[in-house]
Write a protein that binds this ligand. Structure first.
Ligand code: TZP
Length: 219
């Protein structure tokens, strides 16, 4: 399935100054076309309710919805995809459940894990944290641009760089080989979420265009 988005917005309701659905609505109005619902500490019924709400909103905007980890919820709400971490079900097992009807994103921690995800049928990976980030103190130190370049060399599927990505370093990660970017705080902590989402989308387009012109790269 084609990965037709370059900005992967990941939720964290604890970082939004307003209820999450309201923040997501503003991001969608600002042009975000893919949301990953990642609220790991929500009780299953609350997560289902929130997933249904975000499914309806994303549909209205023609945007994709991914559910983190919970394959059952992703199936129940008709999500476009599921996002797997290193403690989730393995990619191969999830592919067996969802077939080709759903996309699978994976967050590998190492190059080996990234290659396994690709072999087992992942559509894309997210890789990071590239930079220091307040959002994920538990993931250890940033891996940096060189690690991103190494993953890029070894993989054919798209890579989304994440962790500490904001307007000023988007160019660095895209030039290092990322297909797109994953973000939480740069958008959800913005005073004007809609405007920030629009600016970030524009920056991605500008950098992408210059990469195409200068390198002849086509994703
Ligand atoms: N995985 C690696 S870093 C990260 C995740 C989910 C958090 C990214 O958040 P932010 O605020 O965009 O740095």
């Amino acid at each position: 399935m084609p990965v037709d988005f370059k900005l992967y917005l990941i939720t964290d309701r604890k970082q939004t100054a307003m209820p999450l659905p309201q923040a997501v609505q503003l991001a969608l109005e600002g042009g975000v076309r893919c949301i990953q619902l990642r609220e790991k500490d929500l009780a299953i019924r609350d997560l289902l309710g929130l997933s249904q709400e975000l499914r309806a909103m994303t549909r209205e905007f023609g945007a994709k919805l991914f559910i983190n980890d919970q394959v059952d919820i992703a199936v129940a709400v008709g999500a476009d995809g599921v996002h797997l971490g290193h403690q989730s079900m393995p990619t191969k097992a999830v592919r067996g459940v969802v077939g080709r009807t759903m996309m699978i994103g994976v967050s590998p921690h190492t190059l080996d894990e990234a290659c396994t995800a690709q072999e087992e049928g992942a559509d894309f990976v997210t890789f990071g944290p590239i930079y220091e980030t307040p959002s994920k103190a538990m993931t250890g130190p940033p891996v940096g641009l060189d690690a991103l370049k190494d993953v890029k060399k070894a993989m054919d599927i798209p890579i989304f760089a994440l962790g500490g990505i904001h307007g000023r370093n988007i160019g660095h990660v895209l030039w290092a080989g990322a297909y797109g970017v994953g973000m939480i705080s740069a958008i959800f902590c913005a005073e004007d979420i809609q405007k920030r989402a629009k600016n970030i989308n524009e920056m991605i387009q500008i950098v992408d265009r210059s990469i195409c012109v200068q390198c002849g790269r086509r994703d």
